[in-house]
Every structure is written in C-alpha cells, then in structure tokens.
Design a protein around this ligand. Structure first.
Ligand SMILES: [Zn+2]
Length: 342
C-alpha cells in the first residue's frame, strides 16, 4: 500500500510517501481503507522525536482516521461500514478499562504515536472496539477531524473540570485543534466562553463558534482582560494546552475555587506555581490525556446532529504530508488540517 513514513526523526522533510507493507489482522481486528486522516500536534512530536521516546522505525504517524471497513477478524463487525476511529488503544481487560477509564489503562497508547501504525496510509488495522460508525451525510474529512480534539476537549471540560451550566470558561488558542473543539463543547454545555486568538480574523471566527468575549493573546494581557471582562472575578475553568508561554496568565485568570485543566505544552514544559496562590485561592489543577471510548461515543452524538462541527482549515493529498506538517507548524491554521486519501 501507499503510506507516508519517517525513517529518522527531524523536520517535515523526513516524511516520505512510499510503498509500505499492508497491516496483517490479528483476532478481533478490522482493516480500514483510509479516506481521510487529520493532523495533530502529537504527529509533530513523534516526527521530531526526543530522548526517551522510542518509536520503532520506519513509522507511519496519524491518530485521527476515517474510512471504510474492508475486512474483519472480529465476529460481529462486517465490512462495508463507514467509520471513524477512537484514537486511544487500550487492553480492554484491566480495572481502568473495565471502569470506563480506558485512557488510564497501563497499556494505553495513542493510535499511530509509538507502537501502532497510524493513518498516513491507505490501510490501517485497529481493534474492532475502536470503530465508531458514521452516518452517510458526514464526510470522511469531517469525521477524521473530529475524534482526537473533540474527545480531548470533552474529557477536559466535562469529565475533569465537571463543567456546570452558567460557568465562565477561558479557552486558550481558539484556532488550535483543541481550542476550536473546546469552544464548541463549552458553549454546547451552557458555559460563557472567553477565548484567545492571535489575529482579528481568528478572533472573529472564535466568536462565530460560540465565544462570548475574545482576547488577542499577542496584543493584550490575558489575565488583565479576563479580570476586566469578569468584573475582577476570574473564570471558573481554564482550558490550557499552550504551556510555558501562557501558564502564568492561565493560573492568574482563575477565580477563587477555579479549575485549570491542561493537555499540552506546545511552547515549553515548565510552569511555575506560587503554592500560596494554589491553597489560599483553593485552586485545582488537572492533567488530561485524550479520553475514553464512551466519552467519544457520547460526544459523537452531538457531531452527528450538527451541534459540534469540526473546523477544517485546509486539506492536502496524502502524498503532500510534509507540506501539511509545514503548514501546521508555520502557517497559523485555524482548525484542523486533513490529509485526503484517494
Ligand atoms: Zn486496560
């Protein structure tokens, strides 16, 4: 089959469009003919590599996949279904998995990140429990753009932060994959959303997705703007994934009793915290990593009904994956970048 692989770590140019072996099914697996695969930051981290991250090479990246089942080694799943894939692979047998917390499974892995082949290819194999059927009216590109970021946003807001109707939420970087998903998910749940972005156009688009107030994170002081817009109170929940560049502002934006949830560190991994602020203002800080299959299925109902709608910035043919990575890293996209597989 055709696939995009990297044989060594590095910049976008290490992504090579070439022939690769077709996956071989084990019991319980299905083979999916890929029609679209969305990019995520985790693809870039894997491609760049770092000490301690041992990815067997060559490797096919890609965690957000939609396509059609073409063969099945699972008793109850027939070929022909249009599907998107839950991007978390877990054992299905441990206490965490059986408690519906499969993203806390000791063997949890993001599809296409380390030991599993990903979606930059014509075919992929996954355990049958990782497929979610999609209705005919949902395009493969939209279906590929949904799972990872909307599942992440759902887990952060609903499961970790326990968002309640009427609460104020600050969402950093509205145009990022997680940002656009979190704005829509928070709005859907009746929150008042404050979003940051880096250009007038992106701020306008954030409003269109449901943001009540927007903040230019290059020109304005985020915490000062939040204070001004909330009558000095701060927000109940902060959705953070930018890392070092925004961490102090994110913490300072919290109201008393506020909750900060983080799922990423794009700009750096170190965040300082004044412990007196933490205890005296009774703040809570949560880490969040993807989400469970059950959460994806719950979020998907709102996708299929049109209440959640992944924003696509741009599509590229699979063979242009290197260009697509370059666009993700330098093009300031608003929303998801999707590879289409013909
Ligand atoms: Zn498990």
């Amino acid at each position: 089959m055709k696939a995009v692989r990297f044989h060594r770590h590095g910049g976008p140019d290490v992504l090579v469009y070439e022939e690769a072996p077709e996956p071989v099914l084990a019991d319980g697996d299905v083979l999916v003919r890929i029609r679209a695969c969305a990019l995520n930051r985790i693809d870039v981290w894997g491609r760049r590599g770092r000490p301690g991250l041992e990815i067997p090479l060559p490797h096919i990246p890609g965690s957000d996949v939609a396509g059609e089942i073409v063969s099945s080694a699972a008793v109850d799943v027939l070929p022909g279904r249009r599907v998107m894939l839950q991007p978390g692979i877990s054992c299905g047998r441990c206490v965490a998995c059986l408690s519906g917390k499969d993203n806390e499974c000791p063997r949890f892995e993001v599809l296409g990140h380390i030991n599993t082949g990903g979606g930059y290819a014509e075919y992929i194999k996954v355990p049958a429990q990782n497929v979610v059927s999609i209705p005919d009216e949902i395009s493969f590109a939209k279906a590929a753009a949904f799972p990872l970021t909307f599942l992440t946003a759902w887990h952060m807001l609903i499961t970790r932060a326990q968002l309640k109707r009427g609460e104020d939420v600050l969402i950093l970087a509205a145009g990022s994959g997680v940002g656009q998903a979190a704005i829509q998910t928070a709005f859907l749940h009746g929150a008042r959303v404050f979003a940051t972005a880096g250009s007038p156009d992106a701020l306008e688009r954030a409003r269109a997705l449901g943001a009540y107030e927007v903040i230019d994170h290059y020109k304005q002081d985020i915490a000062a703007e939040v204070a001004r817009l909330t009558n000095q109170r701060g927000v109940d929940v902060v959705i953070e994934h930018v890392g070092e560049a925004t961490w102090p502002q994110a913490v300072s934006s919290l109201a008393r009793g506020g909750r900060l949830v983080t799922c990423g560190a794009t700009t750096g991994v170190n965040g300082a915290l004044d412990l007196r602020t933490l205890f005296s203002r009774q703040l809570s800080i949560y880490g969040s990593y993807l989400g469970s299959k059950g959460e994806l299925m719950r979020a998907a109902r709102f996708f299929f009904s049109g209440q959640l709608d992944p924003v696509i910035d741009r599509t590229f043919p699979l063979a242009d994956a290197a260009l697509a990575h370059h666009h993700l890293e330098t093009g300031k996209p608003f929303g998801k970048i999707v590879l289409e597989v013909s």
